[in-house]
Design a protein around this ligand. Structure first.
Ligand SMILES: Cc1cc2nc3c(=O)[nH]c(=O)nc-3n(C[C@H](O)[C@H](O)[C@H](O)COP(=O)(O)OP(=O)(O)OC[C@H]3O[C@@H](n4cnc5c(N)ncnc54)[C@H](O)[C@@H]3O)c2cc1C
Length: 417
C-alpha cells in the first residue's frame, strides 16, 4: 500500500519510519532540503514524558493580564485581525479550568508514557547517538506557591502512572551540584526521574536515514504542498509545485501548516502556531548535566553533548518565524541567572520556530472524514516527547489494528470540525 507522508519533521519522519517498518511503501515530501529543518530543528531537547500539565490550566489565568502587558513575559499575544488566532485564544481560555486541564493531563500522560516505551524500542533497534541523557528532568521552583502547585500535579498524575519525586532545596543541589552556583532563590524541586533529553534534530535526521536504508522509505525534498485534492470522501492526490502526487493513503504532518491545508478541504482543526525561541552555546565543565525546567520563566535547559540549549517562551505572531531580540533577551537573562557559570560572553546561536499548538494541549492523530487521510499533528510543546508513541499509534490505526493505548482525547473527535 502506497503512503504519502506530508512533512519531514519529527512527526512525519517517525511516522514514515514506523509505517516503513510495517511493510508500507512510503514516500515523504517536504519543502525543505533536509529532515527536521523547521520546528524540529533546535527545540528544548526535553523528552518530558511525565510532564503532562497543559499550558491551558487554571493557574495560568491570573498571570495572563500582567504577561500580556509586558513584551518580555513568558507568553505574549500580538493582537491582530486574525480570526484563527482569536478563535484559538478563546478556546484556550475555555480550557483553563481545573476539570479540563485534568482531562488533558490524563490524556497527555498516557501518550507520554507510551512514547517513552516506543522511544526505547527505536533507541535499542537503531543504536545511533543523539546526545541522549537519561538523568531525568529537574523542575526547579522559585516560590513555595509554585512548588505546592507542582506537588499537587504529581499527586494527581501518580493515580495514572506518573512517577516523580519532590525535592528540598538541598536535594536539588545534591542532584545537580552546579545549581548551587545559581543566583536564584530555589525553594525546592521535582525530579521527573523517568524523563530524558536529547537532540531532536540529530535524532530525526538519523531516523530518516535509517528509514530509507532499512525500509526503503523515499524522501523527496524541495517539494511544496499546494493543496489536497478530494473526491467525495477520499483524497485522490496532493498537488505540489512539482506536480500532482498520488497514493493510497496520506498522512498530514505539516506541523503548524497542517490546519491551513486541512481547512481547504473542510476540516477545521484548531492548530495555531505558538512561536518559541531557543539559544545554543558551547557548554563548559561548570554547566549542569541534567535537563532543567524553570517553570516560572517558562524555559527549559538541556545539555546536548558539548552544547547547552535553552528554549522557551510563547509568542502569538501568526506564521512569522523571524527572531525578535526582545524575546531572546529574557531567555538569556533567566538562563544566565540560573546557570551563571556557563560562558554567556561567547557567540550564541539564536533560533525561533512555530509550535503546532492545540488550545487544549494534546495533539490530533488518527482518522479524518476522508477515509484515506490520517493526521499526526498538533503536538505543540511536546512533539519531540510524543513523536515515537504517536507514530506507532498512527501506524496501528493505518494497519486497522487496535491501537496500543486508548486514543480518547487525542483524536479529531474531541472537536466539532
Ligand atoms: C522553542 C521550542 C522548544 C521546544 N522544546 C521542546 C521540548 O523540549 N520537548 C518537546 O517534546 N517538544 C519541544 N518543542 C516542540 C517540538 O519541537 C514540536 O512539537 C515538533 O518539532 C513538531 O514537529 P512536527 O513534525 O509536527 O512539525 P515540523 O518539525 O514543523 O515539521 C513540519 C514539516 O512540514 C514541512 N512543511 C510545512 N509546510 C509545507 C508545505 N506547504 N509543503 C511541504 N512541506 C511543508 C516543514 O518544512 C517541516 O519540515 C519545542 C518547540 C519550540 C518551538
Amino acid at each position: 500500500m502506497k503512503i504519502l507522508v506530508l512533512g519531514s519533521g519529527l512527526l512525519g519522519v517517525a511516522t514514515a519510519y514506523e509505517l516503513g517498518k510495517r511493510g508500507f511503501d512510503v514516500t515523504v515530501i517536504d519543502r525543505q532540503k533536509t529532515a527536521a529543518a523547521e520546528t524540529s530543528f533546535a527545540n528544548g531537547g526535553q523528552l518530558s514524558y511525565s510532564h503532562a500539565e497543559p499550558w491551558a490550566n487554571a493557574s495560568i489565568l491570573p498571570k495572563l493580564p500582567s504577561w500580556m502587558l509586558r513584551s518580555d513575559s513568558p507568553l505574549v499575544f500580538h493582537p491582530r485581525a486574525d480570526w484563527q488566532m482569536i478563535k484559538w485564544g478563546l478556546s484556550f481560555l475555555r480550557n483553563c479550568t481545573k476539570t479540563r486541564a485534568d482531562i488533558a493531563t490524563v490524556n497527555l500522560l498516557r501518550l507520554g508514557l507510551y512514547s517513552r516505551e516506543r522511544m526505547h524500542v527505536i533507541k535499542n533497534d537503531e543504536g545511533f547517538d543523539f546526545d541522549y541523557n537519561d538523568k531525568g528532568i529537574l523542575h526547579v521552583y522559585g516560590s513555595h506557591e509554585e512548588l505546592e502547585h507542582g506537588k499537587k500535579q504529581i499527586e494527581f498524575q501518580e493515580k495514572f502512572g506518573g512517577k516523580e519525586k519532590t525535592l528540598s532545596r538541598d536535594e536539588v543541589y545534591a542532584l545537580e551540584p552546579m545549581l548551587s552556583h545559581s543566583e536564584r532563590n530555589i525553594v525546592g524541586g521535582i525530579h521527573a526521574y523517568n524523563d530524558e533529553s536529547g537532540d531532536a534534530n540529530t535524532f530525526c535526521v538519523k531516523l530518516a536515514e535509517r528509514a530509507s536504508q532499512r525500509f526503503n522509505v523515499k524522501f523527496e525534498y524541495g517539494v511544496t504542498v499546494k493543496e489536497l485534492k478530494k473526491e467525495k470522501n477520499k483524497i485522490i492526490a496532493v498537488s505540489t509545485d512539482k506536480g500532482d502526487m498520488q497514493a493510497d493513503g496520506f498522512v498530514m504532518a505539516l506541523g503548524s501548516y497542517s490546519s491551513v491545508y486541512l481547512r481547504q478541504i473542510g476540516i477545521n482543526v484548531p492548530i495555531y502556531p505558538m512561536k518559541g525561541y531557543s539559544i545554543t552555546l558551547e557548554a563548559n565543565e561548570l554547566c549542569p548535566n541534567i535537563s532543567i525546567t524553570d517553570g516560572s520563566h517558562k524555559i527549559v535547559y538541556s545539555k546536548l553533548g558539548k552544547r547547552v540549549r535553552v528554549a522557551g517562551t510563547a509568542e502569538f505572531a501568526g506564521y512569522d518565524t523571524s527572531i525578535n531580540e526582545k524575546r531572546i533577551e529574557p531567555i538569556i537573562r533567566a538562563a544566565s541567572s540560573l546557570v551563571p557559570k556557563a560562558d554567556w560572553s561567547q557567540e550564541i546561536k539564536k533560533w525561533a520556530c512555530l509550535r503546532p499548538s492545540t488550545p487544549d494541549g494534546p495533539p490530533i492523530m488518527g482518522r479524518t472524514p476522508y477515509n484515506n487521510l490520517f493526521l499526526n499533528t498538533g503536538h505543540g510543546t511536546l512533539g519531540w516527547t510524543q513523536a515515537a508513541g504517536s507514530a506507532a499509534l498512527l501506524a496501528d490505526i493505518m494497519e486497522s489494528k487496535p491501537p496500543a493505548i486508548i486514543l480518547h482525547g487525542l483524536t479529531l473527535d474531541r472537536y466539532k470540525v
